[in-house]
Design a binder for this molecule. Structure first.
Ligand code: BEZ
Ligand code: FE
Length: 281
């Protein structure tokens, strides 16, 4: 491969030309377009694709767009499996030393769900596998003050490894719900013990994973999106200890502070976890 730092010959003139052709764009958009063109040209100079390889790349992106719709977010999957989603997450949460750590939203958030009462079940039909009770507090100010009235949105897959939006056999809204923390900042709900599952790998993201010789699995987890007036919204997941994919999550989403171990109490699996929110900037 060519050395991208080698700026001899006619090729650098193409870069200068492309940069000079940018209109009078100020501020952030101008800086982003300059950087995008410079990095893209540098990548192409380093790789020196054949015309056939470049067409393969264009067709790959075309297929990524064609397979995407309201239920299938293939570009999010590409961003996730290349580690870019977690990089954007890290860049945007640098200062939150005290809050619960964040992780990827993923493509299966399905919008606002009905509010369920404290202690309710997320299941809209019975499921095989273990029941799980999740409970804890929502707190602010370095974990000291309970936040009442926080909105806790929760979603996860069924024991078959699919979200309701991927699986026509599941009732809409199955294993999703919204809770409001009570006067003491408490939340509690019943769900099914989550399982590890494959992200959709029957499209371009799956093809790319195969090219990279990587598996498509995510460790078992439950998603949370928590918001409260005056606090920074928190998008995170809790992972089940002992899962075989914790160290090789297909989307790099695992952080040690988010791994929880269910405890068997009176025959029921239970997880207790307190979430801490940072004040809004
Ligand atoms: C998820 O956890 O729902 C997810 C995250 C990234 C890619 C695919 C799925
Ligand atoms: Fe998930």
């Amino acid at each position: 491969m060519a050395d991208p730092a080698d700026t001899t010959g006619a090729e650098p003139a193409i870069l200068d030309d492309a940069l000079a052709r940018l209109g009078d764009i100020d501020g952030r958009t101008g800086a982003i377009m300059q950087s995008l063109i410079r990095h893209l040209h540098s990548f192409v100079r380093e790789v020196e694709p054949t015309e056939a390889e470049w067409l393969t790349a264009i067709r790959f992106l075309t297929r990524t767009g064609q397979i995407s719709d309201d239920r299938r977010a293939e570009f999010i999957l590409l961003s996730d499996i290349l580690g870019v989603s977690m990089l954007v997450d890290a860049i945007n949460h640098r200062s939150e030393a005290t809050a619960t750590e964040t992780t990827v939203l993923g493509p299966f958030y399905a919008g606002e769900q009905p509010v369920l009462p404290y202690g309710a079940s997320l299941l809209k039909r019975p499921e095989a596998g273990s029941e799980l009770v999740m409970a804890g507090h929502i707190k602010g100010s370095q974990g000291a003050t309970p936040i009442s009235g926080a909105r806790i949105e929760v979603w996860q897959t069924a024991p078959n490894g699919l979200y309701d939006v991927q699986d026509a056999s599941q009732p809409a809204g199955h294993l999703r719900g919204t809770f409001i923390s009570d006067a003491s900042g408490r939340y509690r709900f019943i769900t099914a013990l989550p399982v590890s599952y494959s992200i959709p790998d029957d499209g371009p993201a799956g093809d790319l994973l195969a090219v990279m010789k990587r598996h498509p699995f995510r460790p078992a987890h439950v998603h949370f999106m928590i918001s409260a007036p005056g606090f920074r919204p928190l998008v995170t997941q809790l992972y089940i200890a002992g899962d075989p994919y914790l160290a090789s999550d297909a989307v790099f989403g695992v952080k040690p502070s988010l791994i929880v171990e269910p405890a068997l109490v009176d025959g029921t699996q239970r997880i207790t976890f307190d979430f801490t929110l940072d004040p809004a900037p």
